[in-house]
Design a protein around this ligand. Sequence first.
Ligand SMILES: [Zn+2]
Length: 61
Amino acid sequence: MLPENSPDDGSTRETFPNCPACGETVLLVTTHGPGSHACQPCGCPVSPGAMFELRGQNTHE
Ligand SMILES: [Zn+2]
């Protein structure tokens, strides 16, 4: 018995947050130290608070 809602059902949509500085899609956030983060691939620096908001966009309920 397989569940109908399998992950490979074509309904997998990965949503990436947008950079708060330039609006580019953020694929990755790199950390260079405490409180120092940068969006990739655009490279804009983001504060920990902004990064928290970026992640919050994906789990907005
Ligand atoms: Zn950016």
